[in-house]
Structures are given as C-alpha cells and as structure tokens.
Design a binder for this molecule. Structure first.
Ligand SMILES: *Cc1c(COP(=O)(O)O)cnc(C)c1O
Length: 429
C-alpha cells in the first residue's frame, strides 16, 4: 500500500502523532483531522522536485481542494501562491495573507461583477473566453491588469469523466487553434498578456497525458510568441497530480515526472527562443489529499438483504464516493491492523440510497461503537460538503506533533437556518 496507516502503542490509529480514538473522545464525531506535517511535506516534495531543475518555478496551490484558513496559512508560510476559481476564493486567499500578486484567478463563465472583483483585488486574471476578454476590457484600464489565457489543448485526463477538463468535450478555455488570434485581440484591446495556462484534469497518476499537454501548450506558446510577439512571464501547466486512493495504486514518481516535464519545457523554450519564463503548476489534491482523515462512528450494524455498517455521517460531509464512485480506504481506527474477515457496505446517514462510503468492502469485524477512519479525505472533501438533510457541517481539527487544535467549529442548527426569511403572511395564524 502506498500510503501509511500508523498504529500506536495502544493499538489505535495514529494521525500526526495523535491517537484517533482520543481525538473522537475529545471532539466527538464526525471529525475531519488534518495533519499539518503532511501538507508541509507534500508541498516541499513538489517544490524541491521541480525547483531543483528549473529555479524559476512557483506552485499555485489550487485552493478549491481545501480552503480551510489554517491550511491556507500553512501554505502561505511554505511560500505557495494560490489558484482561485471564484471571488470567494480570492477573498479567502487575501484574508489568509497572500499578496495579490501571489493569486491567480482562473474563473470560468465569470460574470462582469466577478471580473471587476478580481480587478479590484489586484490578482492576475486567467481568462477562459473571448467573451470574458472583451467584457474585462470595458471594466478596467487594460494596462493596469495582468492577464493570461487558459488554453484547452485537446487532451484531457482524469480519474472520472467529470474531472477531465481538457479535450474537445470540455467547457474550459480557448481552443489551441485560436490562441494566437486571442492574444492579438487582447493586444488590440490594450492588454499586455503575461502568461499562458492549461489544466487538463484531475487525479492523474500516469505522466503520459500530462506530458502531451505540456508539449501542446509549449507549441501553442511558441506560436503565440512568434505570431503575436508575446513575451511570456509565466507558463502554467495547471494541476491534476494524482495520489493513490486504493491499496494497489502507486504513488506518482515525482522525480521522474518532474524531470520529464522540466526537460521538455526547457527544450521547447529553446526551440521557440522564449527566454526564461517562470514555470507554474497548480496542484490541489497532491498537496492536501492525503493530509486529512475523516473519523466517523459506527452506530448500527444491520443484516437485511446485505450487511451494513451504518455510521454517523454521509455524503453531506464527504461527497466523493457518491458523486464519483471514488474509493476511499477505510480502517477501523480502534484496530487499524486487523485482518479482513467479511465484505460489508459502509453506509452513511443521509436519506438517499446512494449514500454509501463503500460497497462490498473487505473489512475486519465491525461492532457498534467502533470508529472508522476514512483516508485521503483532505481534497474535495470538506470543501464539497453541504448541509443536506439539515445536518450542520462537521468540525475540522489540525494535528501537529501529537497536539490538536480546532480549526473549524462544528456547525449548528442556526447555521443551517441562516439567511432565511419567512414572509410575515406565512407567520400569521
Ligand atoms: C481544480 C483545479 C486545479 C487543481 O486540480 P488538482 O487535481 O486538485 O491538482 C488546478 N487548476 C485549476 C484551474 C483547477 O480548476
């Protein structure tokens, strides 16, 4: 297995040096536990792999994976920049202490109000369409704003069809064939574009499609440079670096991966005489995916047509299994090394048949009162959570070297009801 499951001397799961069962006693369940050192290690591993080969290199953490302010603070301290996909994420990034030059706004189908918000925030604006370019030109002095374009390079990849963001079915970006014309149009409107961007998909463990995207984007950049005379300050290959979720998936070989990408990048810079632009990548999942565990307590064992272990949360808290059919590894936190003896469904508490964390999963014996640990719940986990079934959002804690702190309080019924208004005529009896 290519991710670690640590058992402490009490026989319980250890997360960042803290005892998972003691955490549930202190904070209750369901509980997201974020391991600070995992985030720092992941960031440093990526930074080292790329920057050791090309020193003008920056990581723009794609914060939609996990926007917890403490996670953002940790990455700010590490020196990261931020890829933000909405005004709310720009706001969160600025609040977390990122200067505006460290924030790239990659909107899609952005409204005029959203573009204006990005302009006022002073962030770099990565445009997704000619429409957005034209509308932006009317909202601001083009000389005052730094822009780039997202190019769709006709290649896509990802762990699920919803996660493929390049290729001829994808809604994102401008077509590679029209790129040079789009940059010329931007110049005609008074902009001086500084970058080019692509992001082909998510959960990529195979370097092949990523390499193809790098090659295509570099060829497009070369053409844009030759035909429109753009001098790129940055070339951004997006995110998508995958992590193993199942026991038989292998970790990305980051050294080989970065070597191949940087090698190709440098060759293409030479081929097109593009100077030394900064290379950006935008990992989200890779930085935070394995850094959190979701702890949930089994309250019901039921043998009906199938055998179920029912737990105290559901897809309101972790959507990926229901939405993408994603596998998340699950262990019994009070006996993480126990042998599997059965196949069982792990069911959430939301009133939907699709609310399952696992179907027919080989597991050890499970009893009511056991705590389950759902792994790799750091990316697209809390950030996709909802209050469906009027269940308040769950608590997040941060662990570091055995110590724990609350970084998001448990939601309340008042939160679920917030912002509602009942017309007075409906109140009259
Ligand atoms: C979501 C997203 C990413 C991050 O994708 P990961 O698979 O989490 O690395 C990067 N860039 C853009 C534009 C995105 O929308």
């Amino acid at each position: 297995m290519d991710f670690d499951i640590k058992t402490n001397e009490k026989g319980n799961l250890s997360i960042g040096g803290a005892d998972a069962i003691e955490l549930t006693e202190q904070y209750n369940t369901p509980l997201y536990v974020i391991d600070e050192m995992k985030i720092r290690d992941n960031y440093r591993r990526v930074y080292e792999a790329f920057s050791s080969q090309y020193d003008k290199f920056k990581i723009f953490y794609a914060c939609k994976a996990n926007t917890n302010l403490s996670v953002m603070r940790i990455l700010e301290q590490e020196g990261s920049s931020i890829d933000a996909v909405s005004p709310g994420e720009i706001y969160t990034a600025l609040l977390a202490g990122f200067e505006s030059e460290r924030v790239l706004f990659t909107g899609n189908n952005a409204t005029d109000e959203e573009l204006k918000f990005a302009v006022d925030s002073g962030v770099i604006i990565n445009l997704d369409s000619i429409s957005a370019l034209k509308r932006l030109s009317k909202l601001t002095d083009p000389e005052e704003v730094k822009i780039s374009f997202r190019v769709n390079p006709k290649v896509g990849a990802g762990h699920h069809e919803h996660c493929i963001t390049g290729g001829d079915l994808s809604k994102f970006g401008v077509m590679e064939e029209e790129a040079a014309d789009v940059y010329k149009l931007a110049q005609d409107l008074g902009f001086a574009p500084i970058g080019i961007h692509t992001h082909i998909g998510s959960g990529i463990l195979d370097p092949e499609p990523f390499m193809l995207a790098v090659e295509t984007l570099m060829d497009v950049a070369g053409r844009v440079k030759d035909e429109a005379g753009v001098k790129f300050e940055f070339i951004d290959f997006g995110g998508g670096l995958g992590i193993p979720y199942t026991p038989d998936e292998k970790k990305l070989d980051l050294k080989t991966f970065s070597k191949e990408i940087v090698g190709l990048f440098k060759d293409k810079l030479n081929e097109y005489n593009m100077g030394n632009p900064t290379m950006f990548i935008e990992p989200g999942r890779y930085i935070v995916g394995d850094a959190s565990v979701l702890l949930t307590k089994v309250n019901t064992i039921k043998q009906s047509y199938r055998k179920f272990a029912g737990v105290d949360t559901g897809f309101n808290t972790l959507l990926r299994p229901s939405m993408y059919g994603s596998y998340h590894h699950i262990v019994v936190a009070n006996k993480p090394a126990a042998e599997n003896t059965q196949k069982i469904d792990i069911a959430g508490n939301i009133c939907e048949s699709g609310d399952l964390f696992a179907r027919d999963r080989p597991m050890p014996e499970i009893e009511e009162g056991d705590t389950l640990a759902i792994f790799n719940a750091g990316a697209y986990a809390f950030s996709m959570s909802s209050e469906y079934n009027s269940r308040p959002k769950t608590m997040e804690i941060l662990v570091n070297d055995g110590e724990s702190e609350i970084v998001r309080e448990r939601g309340t019924f008042a939160d679920v009801l917030t912002n509602q208004n009942v017309p007075v005529r409906l109140l009259k009896k």
